[in-house]
Design a protein. Structure first.
Length: 224
């Protein structure tokens, strides 16, 4: 992620080569759980905790504290923040946008944002959660990771209208990443970048729901 190393954060999105991380997968559960446990081992010693959640395309952002170790799958959330070292955060994606957030003081965040999450401004809510904890939005860096691009993501006129406030007569492409960038910019963030990788254009590299894939890659962020 551009500039994240300088902030003391490691952030990445897996590819097909790493395998399917979807907990509700056609693959044997032991294989999927094994990938998660292997990831936790690889994150050590930077992190002794790995937090993710059952994603519901909502706007809930969880703040994770210390005092536990291992792998946590929290109920019903699509965003995570952590203010102290030792916690890795992850989301599963396959066209939706993994939004990475880092602060030079060590705080990190991650968000899963599809069209519903984007409409609910979950990216902005994650920024607000960190600001409420005492950080300045202007000191945060945000990166929208590999996800479906604005040329490939066609939505219904109703969804397009909800997202943009504009009326169209037919299904029309919309760029979720640009909308998310606008939302976090409105929340006070100035350092914003967007991945050049589209999950649908590069389906040989990434899982894509629009291409019919059931698999999921993950976005992960941890303090270095």
């Amino acid at each position: 992620m551009p500039g994240f190393d300088a902030l003391g954060a490691i952030a990445f999105t897996t590819t097909r080569d790493r395998g399917d991380f979807a907990l509700q997968s056609r693959e044997p559960a032991a294989d999927v759980f094994g990938r998660w446990l292997t990831l936790l081992d690889e994150l050590a010693p930077r992190a002794t905790r790995l937090a993710m959640a059952h994603q519901v395309h909502g706007d809930t952002v969880l703040q994770h504290e210390t005092g536990w170790s291992g792998w946590l799958r929290a109920p019903s959330a699509d965003g995570h923040v952590a203010l102290t070292p030792g916690t890795a955060l992850a989301v599963t994606v396959a066209d939706c946008v993994p939004v990475f957030i880092a602060h030079p003081g060590g705080a990190i965040g991650i968000v899963h944002s599809g069209w519903r999450g984007t409409l609910a401004n979950i990216g902005g809510r994650a920024v607000q959660r960190l600001v409420a904890a005492g950080l300045r939005a202007s000191e945060l860096s945000v990166h929208c990771g590999p996800s479906i691009c604005g040329d490939c993501y066609e939505v219904s006129p109703d969804v397009y209208g909800q997202l943009t406030g504009r009326t169209v007569p037919r299904p029309t492409p919309v760029d979720l990443r640009a909308l998310i960038a606008d939302d976090v910019r409105a929340a006070g963030v100035t350092e914003i970048s967007i991945s050049a990788w589209c999950t649908r254009c590069h389906n040989e590299r990434f899982y894509s729901h629009r291409c019919g894939d059931d698999g999921r890659q993950i976005g992960v962020i941890v303090r270095a």
